[in-house]
Ligand binder design. Structure first.
Ligand SMILES: NC(=O)c1ccc[n+]([C@@H]2O[C@H](COP(=O)([O-])OP(=O)(O)OC[C@H]3O[C@@H](n4cnc5c(N)ncnc54)[C@H](O)[C@@H]3O)[C@@H](O)[C@H]2O)c1
Length: 282
């Protein structure tokens, strides 16, 4: 299927990044969020990100202006009537994602693909909110989207070959390399990453070491570009907790239980870099 128009739901860290890369790749993009303030923040994040690319000499000002013109910011999903694919990047909550898919189902054409950027939630479960589960799929971009090369594609139980092939081709046109994963909680990336991050919270909680020493050990000792706690702040502690909870519930094993300290930080509103405070202060 030929994709030319893309709808993005959610203008946060991931939605704005996906919209930017889609617009850079020549697609017409519509971005939806719940209010003017969040839409403005998304728009300003893209402008800042493009300004950095201009400084690096990757684009000139004229190109970034035309990239911005490819993006329309909208408060209503109604404008998604004509898009070929929707990529949902709303918070990691199953009911919210299912509600969004059910709303989209009433608006978009029957040929439109419904993709979720979920980090962990079952695509098969989200797809039940659509009349056409075969058009639903996981398209899991990495953060920050303009920098990270990978898209993990997740096939739900009912995802059709046609949907998969279209999304694989789209990822390639957006300059990404894709991997394919079956629909089990956490997929490949977070099944491996989240137990690592969660264990770092247990180490911190037990007073074994300071946050800085935990991160330094993994950076200098294991050659990781970021330590696990720094990375958790970057991802968002709310997202990390949500992913751990989904894996714990769906896979049913104690080893995935979230650290009480991670939960406490989220309760305190320490959500990471996006809020100016997480494990570290920004
Ligand atoms: N942060 C990461 O590193 C990362 C990486 C890969 C995938 N993800 C996944 O991407 C999704 C979004 O994460 P994020 O980090 O961008 O979160 P975020 O909190 O930065 O952004 C979420 C956005 O969704 C908006 N939103 C909430 N309800 C909405 C609704 N009903 N309709 C439209 N917009 C709505 C919010 O206003 C917010 O702007 C989650 O599913 C997360 O698991 C996150």
């Amino acid at each position: 299927m030929r994709i030319s128009k893309i709808g993005v739901v959610g203008a946060g860290q991931m939605g704005a990044g996906i919209a930017q890369v889609a617009a850079q790749s020549g697609f017409e993009v519509f971005v939806n969020d719940v209010g003017d303030e969040v839409l403005k923040r998304g728009q300003s994040n893209i402008e800042q990100s493009l300004a950095r690319l201009v400084k690096k000499g990757l684009f000139d000002k004229c190109q970034t202006e035309s990239i911005c013109k490819n993006i329309t910011w909208v408060k209503s999903l109604k404008t998604f009537e004509t898009v070929d694919i929707v990529i949902e990047a709303a918070p990691e909550k199953v009911e919210l994602k299912r509600d969004i898919f059910a709303d989209l189902d009433k608006i978009v054409r029957s040929t439109t693909i419904l993709a979720s950027n979920t980090s962990s939630i079952s695509i098969t479960k989200i797809a039940q909110a659509s009349r056409l589960p075969e058009r639903c799929i996981g398209m899991h971009f990495m953060n920050p989207v303009p920098v990270m090369k990978l898209v993990e594609i997740v096939r739900g139980l009912q995802t059709s070959d046609e949907t998969y092939e279209s999304v694989r081709d789209l990822a390639q046109k957006m300059g990404k390399v894709s991997t394919l994963c079956r629909d089990f909680a956490g997929f490949i990336s977070n099944r491996l990453l989240m137990p690592f991050i969660n264990e770092a919270f247990f180490v911190l909680q037990e007073g074994m070491a300071s946050a800085k020493d935990i991160d330094t050990t993994m950076k200098l000792g294991m050659n990781h570009p970021m330590g696990p706690l720094e990375l958790a702040d970057f991802i968002g502690l709310d997202t990390c907790l949500a992913v751990c909870e989904v894996m714990h519930r769906e896979l049913g094993e104690d080893k995935y239980r979230p650290s009480p300290l991670l939960r406490q930080y989220v309760d305190a509103g320490y959500l990471g870099k996006k809020k100016g405070r997480g494990v570290y202060q920004y």
